[in-house]
Structure formats: C-alpha cells, structure tokens
Design a protein. Structure first.
Length: 256
C-alpha cells in the first residue's frame, strides 16, 4: 500500500491542527479471543469521533473502491477545502463471490486504513506490560537518529506488505517494538496494525488453499499456534467458519 501525495502544504497544516484536537475513538466493543479480551472501536465509532474535527478544519474523508487484478482495493482519500488531497491504497480481499466475507474484510480495511491515515488508534494495545508478545521479542538499543531516518510511511508499508511468510512478519513486529517511543506514535500504531492485517491475510490465503474441511481444520490448528496472541482470535476464527461453510457447500458430505 503506497501513500500518494499530490500537494500538501495547506492539507498538512490543517491535518496538524486537527490532530491537535483529535482523540482516540472511544472503544465501545469487546472482543474475546478465549485467551484474553480487548476493547476496540468499530468503523462507526471512528467516524463519529473524527469527522467533526476533520470537518472543522476543512478536511473530508472518502473511501471509494476499485478492482485491480481480481482484488478489491480500498482507496482512503483525505481532501482539503483548498483542493489538495492525499490518499492511500489498502488491499481488501479477492473477488471470491462470498459477499459476507468481502463485507467483513471491507469493514476491517476501512477502519484500519482510516485510523492509519489520520493517526488515531482504534484498538487497545494487547501486549503485556511485563513481557513482550509471543514472537515479538525484547527491545534492542536503537539510536533516535537511526530510527528517525527510517520515517517514510510509504516505504514502511511497502516493506511490510512484501512479507510473504509469518516469520518475516514476526521480524517486522520485533523491529516495530524496538522503535516504540522513537517513531511518531501514529507510525508505531499504524505499522503494528499493518503487520496484523498481513498476518490475517496470510492466514486467509492458507485457508483458501484447503482442499476439504479436514484439511482446513489442520491448517487452522497450525495457524492457532503460529498466531497465538498476535491477531484477534475472533477474526481468525471467523475466517475459519467462512471457509468451513464454503467447503461444506462444495462437499456436503465432508464434516458430517
């Protein structure tokens, strides 16, 4: 996903002013992974919290979609009354005919793309205060000057999105933790969310490749172990249930 900036002087001034007033959306929803609970704000909560402030400073948000190479791409565009705008692209999912799954993926994408673009957080940090999350090891020393030279959001997203294995995403997660308190908070939060999105996307790809329900169950069992405490369990389980329904419709004798 690449952020595209056309012109920015007036837009960035307005965004900076808005960010001085924006607060993280109230987290009114609870997700229960079975292992821990966390609070989050859904897309409605996010819009309710940010739209009045953005509008006050002449800023508007639109989130149209386009189709590219058989996939839905969400475009999140931040526009200023001066005519200046910037936008980012977020890959949502493939066109698989499952409208319920696509709708769920779109809601997820809208929330994460919007909060990343304007710099607010919609999900509690579920990392334990006493220890690093599984696969996201202890911090190493990193100079502020070294970390600040890396602040290029388009490149950060490009690098995260290029990860094709869970191991590479784990490495990125560790890298992000090393930069906590050094990168801007909006970069740190958005990068963590992008890693989570890609972990779930890789899980989706693996479950899509399942030949039948038994194969799907084995894949899901492996994913539960690999992704423990790294993604919201309810979202991972929802993907499993959708693929289970899909496979049962293709092979009604499977699973019973």
């Amino acid at each position: 996903m690449e952020a595209q900036v056309i012109t920015h002087a007036n837009l960035f001034a307005a965004l900076a002013a808005a960010q001085g007033e924006l607060k993280n959306p109230e987290k009114t929803k609870t997700a229960d992974t079975g292992k821990y609970k966390y609070m989050y704000a859904d897309i409605g909560d996010v819009l309710e919290a940010v739209m009045p402030v953005l509008s006050k400073h002449g800023l508007a948000i639109t989130q149209p979609t386009t189709i590219r190479d058989g996939s839905i791409i969400l475009i999140t565009r931040l526009a200023h009354s001066s005519g200046e705008s910037m936008e980012s692209e977020y890959p949502v999912c493939s066109l698989n005919g499952n409208h319920q799954a696509m709708g769920s993926a779109m809601t997820y994408a809208r929330r994460y793309a919007l909060t990343s673009l304007i710099g607010v957080a919609a999900v509690d940090d579920t990392d334990g205060a006493d220890s690093a999350p599984v696969g996201e090891g202890a911090k190493v020393k990193l100079s502020a000057s070294q970390a600040k030279t890396e602040i290029n959001w388009a490149e950060i997203q490009k690098d995260i999105d290029s990860c094709t294995t869970f191991k590479r995403l784990d490495n990125w997660a560790e890298k992000i933790e090393q930069r906590k308190g050094i990168w801007p908070e909006s970069y740190y939060t958005a990068a963590k969310e992008r890693v989570e999105f890609n972990r779930l996307d890789l899980a989706e790809q693996q479950m899509t490749a399942a030949k039948d329900v038994d194969d799907l169950t084995n894949i899901f069992t492996d994913l539960e172990a690999i992704l423990e405490k790294k993604v919201p369990y309810d979202e991972l389980a929802a993907k499993y249930r959708r693929h289970e329904d899909r496979l049962l419709s293709l092979h009604p004798l499977n699973g019973g």
